[in-house]
Design a binder for this molecule. Structure first.
Ligand code: MSP
Length: 475
């Protein structure tokens, strides 16, 4: 079995915020889980940057920099942000790389040769914020793009069009035959309604764009940025050693970009006679203190700041456990700090330290072993939750095991029992130790930094190394 995981590739007109981090860390969690289950070499996880967009040029120009210098600097910012946040990507794709230009040109040529692309006049509205064509009916009451609160540009130019309309039935069949293709169900229903309402052909090139990938048969036109961007998912697996990953593509994306991923992308793949993705996972959006994150409001939260102050485990668990994958949610620093102190310092960190310190004290650090497996049912539940994309659910489950371990510790008063009845205490220690081992096992996926520390403490065959605190207290 192989699993290929992708994040959307990010626009580089700005630096990463926690909305992007949520998406990247959710994908990272799935990749880490499957590496444990099927082995590192069978998992391939890719992220990257979407660089051929008009907003990038606008941002480069307003920074006063050369576009290519700007792109290099910004791609570096995105890449190093993910590295610093502990994201375990295997490849990082930039859409200005030669390997990507080759993919885009060769796939588009195939679609053109099949007769799926034709020339026409595009007359309509375009929002560079969304990098998308809009209809009158998409606009708000001020005739502005609802997402960017700006009037779209009016465009009239000769473009090439993709016959998306002729894939309507094939797309409906695709969803009928692969009922679990898009998660969660509510997004699937939206997408199906959209397809059923009738699909228009879409413009896939821009005549006046200064920047981007040229169409292979007409170098006066540049490929529409979304057509180029979606193809990144193929670029990274075109190398013969990676080819087999294409059969198991899992795209993680935000709910704002489902139309591109769940309608246009499969139709492009059908046109190029390529297999459609195995799974598309659409997460929700979150606000900060109940308000949409925006530069003008000054409420944009940086993942790097959270990582530096609280650590990468807190960053990932704090984001992923605050609302269920697929739903919308809210983030606030006060809630985050409360979570850190209660769940990480006083919960996970404290119970682990208590149990391990007691085993040192009463059993000389020797691992207590018995034949009974106390973790069978909680282990099964862990796998079920994560394999069903319940990323909040799986953190909740982890903390239930923490709480249960704590309760058993307090109920049994094993530190007293150890003095009165060492044999019974041994059995309690064995049970508690199994929970700690299981927490350590889940941590490889859910708390990778704590997992490293636990590996040092628990790593020997028979005895424990001295315990240490996993999370420093905020006070
Ligand atoms: N470049 C396109 C994706 C091309 S993929 C072939 C793009 N980039 S983006 O940088 O604007 O957004 C990337 C991802 O970040 C999207 O999945 C989007 O949903 C997510 N988020 C941006 N803001 C967000 C929140 N406030 N909350 C959660 N996710 C959000 O779209």
């Amino acid at each position: 079995m192989k699993k290929y995981f992708t994040t959307p590739i990010y626009y580089v007109n700005d630096v990463p915020h926690i909305g992007h981090a949520y998406c990247t860390l959710a994908t990272d969690t799935l990749a880490r889980y499957w590496r444990e289950k099927i082995g590192n070499k069978n998992v391939f996880f890719v992220t990257g940057t979407d660089e051929n967009s008009q907003k990038t040029i606008d941002a480069a120009q307003s920074s006063g920099k050369d576009v290519f210098l700007y792109l290099d600097e910004m791609a570096h910012v995105w890449r190093t942000t993910w590295e610093q946040c502990g994201v375990s990507f295997d490849d990082f794709i930039r859409t200005t790389e030669d390997r990507h230009v080759q993919t885009v040109q060769s796939i588009l040529q195939q679609m053109y040769d099949r007769g799926d692309i034709y020339k026409g006049i595009y007359k309509g509205l375009y929002c560079t914020g969304c990098e998308t064509f809009l209809k009158e009916s998409d606009l708000d009451e001020n005739k502005h793009c609802p997402a960017h609160k700006r009037p779209p540009q009016e465009i009239e130019e000769e473009n090439y069009f993709f016959k998306l309309s002729s894939y309507q039935d094939d797309l409906l069949d695709l969803y009928a035959n692969n009922t679990e293709l898009l998660y969660p169900e509510k997004r699937k229903n939206e997408v199906l309604r959209f397809i059923e309402s009738g699909l228009d052909d879409i413009s896939i090139s821009r005549e006046k764009a200064e920047f981007g990938i040229s169409l292979p048969w007409d170098s006066s036109q540049k490929v529409y940025v979304w057509f180029d961007a979606l193809l990144n998912y193929l670029t990274v697996v075109r190398d013969t050693k990676k080819e087999s990953f294409w059969n198991s593509a899992h795209h993680v994306l935000g709910k704002d970009i489902t139309k591109f991923h769940c309608i246009i992308w499969p139709a492009m793949l059908m046109s190029a006679r390529l297999k459609c993705p195995e799974k598309m996972l659409a997460h929700g959006f979150f606000t900060v203190d109940g308000v949409k994150m925006s530069k003008s409001l000054g409420n944009v939260v940086s993942p790097l700041q959270l990582s530096e102050k609280y650590g990468n485990d807190a960053l990932r668990s704090g984001l992923l456990s605050s609302f269920e994958f697929g739903n919308d949610g809210d983030f606030s620093i006060s809630h985050f700090e409360d979570f850190y102190q209660k769940k990480l310092v006083s919960g996970f960190g404290n119970v682990t330290h208590r149990v391990l310190t007691l085993i040192h004290k009463f059993l000389d650090g020797k691992k207590p072993r018995v034949d009974t497996d106390y973790t069978l049912s909680v282990r099964k539940e862990y796998h079920r939750l994560i394999e069903h994309y319940k990323l909040k659910g799986v953190y909740d489950h982890f903390f239930q095991v923490v709480d249960f371990t704590n309760e058993r510790l307090n109920q049994t008063e094993v530190w007293k029992l150890a003095k009165e009845n060492p044999e019974s205490a041994f059995l309690v220690f064995a049970e508690l130790y199994q929970y700690i081992e299981f927490l350590s096992e889940m941590s490889v996926v859910l708390f990778p930094d704590a997992a490293q520390k636990l590996k040092i403490i628990l790593g020997n065959e028979d005895s424990l190394k001295p315990s240490q605190y996993l999370f420093p207290s905020l006070e």
